[in-house]
Ligand binder design. Structure first.
Ligand code: 8YV
Length: 320
């Protein structure tokens, strides 16, 4: 196989990217983020045929144009909302992603956030650490998990895994998606997402990020969820109208939120830090050693297969 030049973009942990494997088969350049492109020489930019991308900043036409030989962007992640698909199509650049292998981890995290906020697990830890258990006795009561009504917004592969897990908590499953899915007849389908919010205790957001879902979870959704509602988000911060979410959390117009994702990462809105009704995590739903290794493998395989036989393993649906 002819040795091609590839560019790794992103801060990869050791298990996420096996540099020596890349180096055996390619000439490898590496930068931490898209800003690092400035440090690349013109003749390097011209040679780069593939990019292994890990990041959540906009990768669009002006950036893609800097790589005249670029044929494939292999994304590290199932979400590729920051890579502009239409721009890539115009430039004949293929995009691949890493679906499925992270479904379990992301669904597990959704459940962890749900338990964390419902049962006030952080407060319990603080109650011990601060000595309040000794001085004040039992901590305030919290919220029952089993036997509640949960709504899933977006019943894709991850939403489905969340629902399956919730069933074991004797939960009624309600869901919204663009079309009714061929799932258990006990699961209740809604054509209208606001109606779904009105009818559930807890809302799990598992929508795909991107322009089509920007701010989809608006004020109306939060109002419909109501004072006792819990919102869990493991998809993208952009799918929620974040200011409205912060407003209802501050005014205690919902019970609380469990969030792994935010509009601006890692510079999250400082209003989150003053709240006592959130259980938050630094975008780490897929961040287990096993899954990140599998994601890195698939990212590599997509590039290798493309150059071997023109057929990367997991091309994004819009380019199939
Ligand atoms: C990221 C994710 O890939 O898969 C996704 O869409 O958001 C994550 O798994 C990870 O945070 C690395 O950027």
């Amino acid at each position: 196989m002819k040795k091609r030049t590839i560019l790794l973009i992103g801060k990869y942990k050791k298990v996420e990217s096996d540099i020596s494997r890349y180096k055996r088969n390619f000439f490898v350049l590496a930068i931490d983020n898209l800003l690092g492109i400035k440090s690349l020489k013109k003749h390097d930019l011209e040679k780069i045929e593939a990019i292994a991308f890990k990041g959540h900043t906009n990768f669009n036409f002006p950036i893609m144009k800097k790589f005249p030989s670029l044929k494939i962007i292999s994304n590290f992640g199932v979400g590729y909302d920051t890579i502009n698909v239409e721009d890539a199509k115009k430039l004949n650049i293929l995009i691949t992603f890493t679906p499925d292998i992270l479904n379990d981890d992301v669904a597990d995290m959704a459940i962890a956030l749900y338990l964390g906020i419902s049962r006030k697990l952080l407060d319990g830890y603080d109650w011990i650490k601060s000595g309040k258990w000794k001085s004040l006795g039992e901590m305030p009561l919290n919220r029952k998990v089993s036997g509640s009504k949960c709504g899933i917004l977006g019943l894709g592969r991850i939403g489905f895994e969340i629902a399956k897990r919730l069933e074991s908590f004797k939960t009624e499953i309600h869901y919204y998606s663009r079309t009714k899915k061929n799932v258990s007849s006990n699961w209740v389908y809604y054509e209208n997402p606001v109606e779904l919010c009105k009818n559930v205790d807890n809302l799990f957001i598992a929508l795909k990020g991107g322009a089509a879902t920007k701010g989809f979870v608006s004020k109306n959704f939060l109002k419909a969820l109501g004072r006792n509602g819990i919102l869990i988000n493991i998809s993208r911060g952009s799918v929620i109208d974040e200011n409205s979410l912060l407003d209802v959390l501050e005014k205690k117009k919902i019970y609380g939120a469990g969030l792994d994702v935010f509009l601006e990462e890692p510079n999250i809105n400082q209003r989150y830090l003053k709240l006592d009704n959130v259980f938050i995590q630094p975008h780490q739903a897929s961040a287990t050693i096993k899954t990140r290794q599998a994601m890195g493998d698939l990212q590599y395989q997509n590039i290798a297969s493309y150059f071997e036989n023109g057929k990367p393993l997991t091309v994004i649906p819009e380019m199939k």
